[in-house]
Design a protein. Structure first.
Length: 263
């Protein structure tokens, strides 16, 4: 079993910064830098890629908060609709994924990128996401944001009131496995959309199972919002893999991304 420890909080002058906040910032920095590097290696203009991923991350944070308060805490919105605008508040991982994908697609459309270029950008983001997600979920683990049911499993955490699953810890451990799979598969060229589809196929079923260990979450007809999103994500991932395979057979390739204007 894993030992329990309180989240470290660092005092810097009058400010107090929790380790969770540091790890979330690390996730943003790692995600941004890896996307820009991978995109540049594929012929993208670095400024275009940097702008796209910056907006994707920002809109992902918005989606994360809105998804959480609307579906997990609807009573807060009914009592005070301004909760929707408290973006520094609670967050949902699937909300961030959905918000980031839709936001990235919208920004890419505004930048006049073609459908194939948008598809390639989302595939790049999907490949990088698990690498950044390790830091984000590690933040959840140290903050103990997602305490699950009691257990005697060796995967449990010895909380002061008994051994329980820490779902943030379980997910970060699984994310390491996804990263390992991605690194092995990336040794050979893959069709555009492959990693976008594969991420959802690998992540969604495990996330569905992890949500069965949750306590206190809102449920609709017995399922959490995350479980509904998991089923949707699995179907989406299978569809993306099918499209990637079809494009691979057809020999399609995305057009080069133009340089940023005003340079």
């Amino acid at each position: 079993m894993f030992p329990y420890f309180e989240q470290p909080v660092f005092a810097i002058g009058p400010f107090h910064i929790a380790l969770f906040q540091i790890l979330v910032c690390a996730a943003v920095i790692v995600g941004h830098e890896l996307v820009v590097r991978r995109a540049a290696a594929r012929g993208w203009d670095r400024e275009v890629a940097s702008s796209l991923i910056a907006w994707t991350i920002f809109l992902g944070f918005i989606g994360s908060h809105v998804f959480d308060v609307v579906l997990y805490q609807p009573q807060l919105v009914r009592e005070n609709p301004l909760e929707l605008f408290k973006l520094w508040g609670s967050m949902s991982s699937f909300g961030g994924i959905i918000g980031g994908m839709l936001g990235g697609w919208w920004i890419a459309r505004r930048k006049k990128l073609s459908g194939s270029q948008i598809f390639e950008f989302l595939d790049i983001v999907a490949f990088v996401f698990p690498f950044a997600w390790i830091f984000g979920r590690a933040g959840c683990a140290v903050a103990h944001d997602h305490v699950g049911i009691a257990t005697t499993s060796w995967l449990g955490v010895r909380f002061p009131d008994g051994t329980k699953f820490d779902l943030g810890l379980l997910e970060v451990l699984y994310t390491f496995a996804i990263v390992a799979v991605f690194l092995v598969l990336d040794r050979k060229p893959r069709p555009t959309g492959f990693f976008l589809g594969l991420f959802f196929v690998l992540y969604s079923p495990v996330r569905f199972l992890l949500d069965t260990l949750r306590t206190g979450d809102a449920r609709y007809l017995g399922w959490t919002p995350g479980q509904y999103a998991s089923v949707t994500g699995l179907l989406f991932g299978l569809g993306m893999l099918a499209i990637a395979l079809r494009q691979s057979r057809a020999g399609d390739a995305p057009a080069p991304v133009p340089a940023a204007r005003g340079r």
